[in-house]
Design a protein around this ligand. Structure first.
Ligand SMILES: Nc1ncnc2c1ncn2[C@@H]1O[C@H](COP(=O)(O)OP(=O)(O)O)[C@@H](O)[C@H]1O
Ligand SMILES: [Mg+2]
Length: 273
């Protein structure tokens, strides 16, 4: 058999072996990998009946605790309904994790697919083409992200903090509207720290679950007796706006400097946050 024949068989093999996943009676065909994070991977999938495309987030769980964390993420998607926060289309668990026999389970989250990708993708592409987003557009996107944050922070009975707000966790709709996603780090906003053990625990969670370049100073070095609240997200949103303004993150200017640079930004923040 010649090389062409062999390559055709290999290609056919790839097509035939394309993975399909059944979620609550709906069959999805896996098309391609969209992204990978520390705890999960996200695939582009197509519903075989409706042909509609979705993003399928899979979280591998190695223990009962991992399963609980994945379940918490699912519950946040379910309870947070806002135009600028991603909705959950469907979800399920397969398998059962058992750390003793090294058995893993997988959580599957069916999410709307955003063709434009994330704000991070958009900024990277624009920076490459030296076609930066106009300030007016930055403010509009920033304003909408703040609306989503305000919804989280005003949530009743208890305010919620996102704790991993960054450009890679914001998707963009066709109309360039930001949609906050990746609710895996969401937690009750107010945390009372009573002692060094509590402080170390929160510091470890922050190190594991939130990105270093965005992390609020109070989560880098958690004090032994203190209260941490949703202001951690305000630090993150300040970092996020710097990325949008294409400010070199290593310069890390203080928020006052940014406000001075962007003129009417302060008025916007006062009315929103
Ligand atoms: N709904 C979606 N539409 C398009 N791309 C997505 C979608 N959800 C996730 N992605 C891609 O997958 C990456 C990882 O997803 P995310 O939910 O942030 O997972 P992790 O918890 O592992 O960080 C994102 O940064 C993005 O590139
Ligand atoms: Mg993420």
């Amino acid at each position: 058999m010649n090389a062409l024949g062999l390559s055709m068989i290999v290609k056919m093999g790839c097509i035939c072996s394309r993975e399909s996943i059944n979620i609550n009676g709906h069959k999805y065909m896996v098309k391609e990998r969209l992204g990978e994070g520390g705890f999960s991977c996200v695939d582009l999938v197509e519903n075989t009946t409706t042909k509609k495309k979705y993003a399928l987030k899979r979280i591998t769980c190695h223990s009962i605790d991992d399963q609980k964390i994945a379940m918490q993420e699912i519950n946040y998607y379910k309870k947070l309904r806002h135009p600028n926060i991603i909705e959950l289309v469907d979800s399920t668990f397969k398998g059962s994790a058992d750390i003793v026999v090294q058995a893993t389970s997988e959580a599957f989250l069916v999410l709307p697919y955003f063709k434009r990708g994330t704000l991070h993708d958009c900024l990277t592409l624009r920076s490459f083409n030296k076609n930066y987003i106009e300030i007016k557009e930055v403010l509009r996107i920033f304003n909408e992200i703040c609306q989503a944050l305000k919804f989280l922070h005003d949530f009743t009975p208890d305010p919620i903090a996102h704790r991993d707000l960054k450009t890679a966790n914001v998707c963009l709709t066709e109309n360039m509207e930001p949609v906050l996603m990746d609710l895996g780090s969401c937690a009750p906003a107010k945390v009372q720290i009573c002692g060094a053990q509590d402080a170390q625990k929160l510091q470890d969670i922050a190190a594991e679950r939130s990105s270093m370049t965005y992390r609020a100073p109070e989560l880098f070095h958690v004090e032994s007796y203190c209260v941490i609240d949703q202001r951690t997200d305000i630090w993150d949103v300040h970092e996020l706006v710097l990325f949008m303004l294409n400010v070199n993150p290593s310069e890390r200017p203080f928020i006052d400097d940014v406000i001075a640079k962007t003129g009417d930004l302060k008025n916007k923040i006062d009315t929103i946050v």
